[in-house]
Design a protein. Structure first.
Length: 250
């Protein structure tokens, strides 16, 4: 029975509808709550909304700040308790250099990593989606592939276009190196005309992303966790049996 003291210090019962509920309070104030779970060996990182880089976006935009993700990746890599990482994406894209920085860091993590595209993994979200050891996409999720674009004032000099071309080549090289898509196929999707309104590019859905070789498999959270746990078990076994690890790599 919950009580509180009165002015006379006499305990009185608090009505049930007036008692505080910490979980409900978190939902009302923050819009989310942490479910009570046991400590996990898997770190889940989310990339939601627009990837914010060097320019601060308006407050009404839903953003993921890359300066927040980088310390998370470093901490996950250094933690002895974390054995694998699950990266969930539902992003419209954003800052190209920030997105590539995130993708490069995920690709360099020494622990097993799996990405899952839910809803969308558009624009610079494509390199992030393919940066892990294995990638999944929901059956109804989409990925938009288009050339690099710049917002704001563009100086019309050859150096500007050379910079854009080099930036675009960086994206193409990264995606083709970390997925099964062929460079010619990826460029054809990137420069396709007539599909996107007032724009150049292609939108691929679930199975099409797998068919083109961008994503490894169609699946959801269950499949992603099973694959990640399988890779964690393999790495754990190789660590405990170094002889088997050498034989497996020979």
């Amino acid at each position: 029975m919950a009580t509180y003291p009165t002015n006379e210090q006499e305990p009185q019962e608090i009505p049930e509808d007036k008692r505080k509920n910490p979980v409900l309070d978190n939902i009302q104030q923050l819009g989310q709550t942490t479910a009570p779970t046991a400590e996990s060996n898997i770190y889940c990182m989310t990339i939601i909304g627009q990837v914010e880089g060097h320019i601060v976006l308006p407050p009404q935009n839903k953003t993921t700040k890359y300066e927040h993700l980088i310390p998370q990746l470093v901490a996950a890599e250094q933690s002895s308790k974390i054995e694998g990482m699950l990266i969930i994406l539902n992003t419209v894209g954003g800052d190209v250099e920030a997105g590539l920085a995130i993708a490069e860091m995920i690709a360099s993590i020494s622990k097993p990593t799996v990405t899952l595209v839910l809803g969308g993994g558009h624009s610079i979200g494509v390199p992030i989606a393919v940066s892990a050891d294995f990638s999944f996409i929901a059956e109804t999720a989409t990925m938009t592939i288009h050339p690099i674009r710049m917002n704001g004032l563009i100086i019309g000099v050859p150096q500007t276009f050379e910079y854009l071309e080099k930036m675009q080549e960086r994206v193409i090289r990264f995606v083709t190196r970390h997925s099964r898509v062929e460079e010619q196929v990826f460029k054809a999707l990137m420069f396709k005309t007539g599909e996107l309104t007032r724009d150049v590019g292609t939108t691929v859905i679930g199975n099409d992303a797998v068919k083109h070789g961008l994503i490894d498999s169609v699946g959801g959270i269950g499949e992603a966790l099973r694959e990640l746990n399988r890779r964690i078990d393999e790495k754990r076994e190789a660590r405990n049996n170094p002889v088997l690890a050498v034989v497996g790599t020979s």
